[in-house]
Design a protein. Structure first.
Length: 167
């Protein structure tokens, strides 16, 4: 049984900061996509941290630890930005699976496949974030644009390090 009160949108507030509740639906939608991507990649990166085996184990175990910890902080920041804009932050695996570009239906078996998948996913997440930054710029939401631009840099760094460790 779905609780209607839980589904209702929170009360709209009038902000005096120059960012309006009206017209930021597109930005909130893209932040929701970024949240789905980041949460899905967080889980997948944890899976690599736990399951990877082979001669590069120690380096990859430590590298993925740093990456999932960064993603863990990022998901909270992205979700709270959605709230600051007056929208609900999606918080269900079903929503994330539906919205994310991260392929995460099964746990991957081999180290090589795991790292290649993480590289592809970080690249895909960064590509989608570029569109979100453009939407935030369009809405003059400088904070969101800045936050998501920093996330792009982080995903690019992740790609570099994953490639470097496995070269
Ligand atoms: Fe650990």
């Amino acid at each position: 049984m779905v609780n209607a009160a839980l589904q209702a949108k929170p009360k709209e507030t009038t902000s005096q900061t120059g960012i309006a509740r009206e017209g930021n639906d597109a930005v909130a939608q893209m932040l929701g996509d970024a949240l789905a991507d980041s949460f899905s990649l967080y889980l997948k990166t944890l899976g690599v941290h736990w399951n990877i085996v082979g001669p590069s184990f120690f380096g990859l175990h430590k590298l993925t630890e740093a990456q999932y910890q960064d993603l863990g902080a990022a998901i909270d920041a992205i979700a709270e930005r959605i709230r600051a804009l007056g929208h609900l932050a999606p918080a269900a695996f079903g929503d994330y699976a539906e919205r994310s570009v991260v392929e995460s239906k099964t746990t991957i078996a081999t180290a090589d496949q795991m790292i290649k998948a993480l590289i592809r996913d970080n690249e895909a997440v960064a590509r989608r974030l570029r569109k979100a930054v453009a939407a935030a710029d369009e809405a003059e939401d400088v904070f969101t644009a800045d936050m998501l631009t920093a996330r792009i840099g982080k995903h690019e760094e992740n790609v570099w390090m994953l490639k470097a460790v496995t070269a």
